[in-house]
Design a protein around this ligand. Structure first.
Ligand code: GTP
Ligand code: MG
Length: 149
């Protein structure tokens, strides 16, 4: 099954947007498999964003992600990776469409409130990176037959 790692970044937590952000994925109909409030280390942040290591903004990005607690989420569903990226919107919040999380709730790339994995492979990699095995639950919601024929 396809899974994606979604994370409310420290600005989203500080601004009281956790419920709003979780709610968008919940209402869409994806399955929540993992959820926690977590203060991440510099090492974990660097591993998570390792593909961006050479970028000039990398040190600032690591400071941002480690500046306070984040909310870690694992979501499952057919097509969840691409769909979550659509719900989240463009990296630059000023270019993100209204109706998307970033488009509705943020104004700057360095404070864009939420993360979503960019491929199914990275979804699995990031869930394994941020969660321990016992923190992921597989379950069948009662609404399952009302979401898919
Ligand atoms: P994530 O979901 O957080 O991975 O964002 P993304 O996939 O939309 O963008 P990308 O992976 O390319 O960059 C990761 C994060 O680095 C972005 O969400 C921004 O917070 C930050 N970032 C990317 N590009 C820039 C930039 O040019 N300047 C600054 N200050 N931050 C950037
Ligand atoms: Mg990314």
């Amino acid at each position: 099954v396809e899974e994606t790692y979604v994370m409310v970044k420290p600005d989203g937590v500080q601004r009281g947007l956790v419920g709003e952000i979780i709610s968008r994925f919940e209402k869409k109909g994806f399955l929540l498999k993992g959820l926690k409030l977590f203060q991440c280390s510099k090492e974990l942040a660097e591993e998570h964003y390792k593909d961006l290591k050479g970028k000039t903004f990398f040190p600032k990005l690591i400071d941002y992600i480690t500046s306070g607690p984040v909310v870690c989420m694992a979501w499952e569903g057919v097509g969840v990776v691409a769909s979550a990226r659509k719900l989240i919107g463009a990296t630059n919040p000023l270019q993100a469409e209204p109706g998307t999380i970033r488009g509705d709730l943020s104004v700057q790339m360095g404070r864009n409130v939420v993360h979503g994995s960019d491929s199914p492979e990275n979804g699995k990699r990031e869930i394994a990176l941020w969660f321990k095995e016992g923190e992921i639950c597989s379950w069948v919601p009662v609404q399952a037959p009302w979401l898919r024929e």
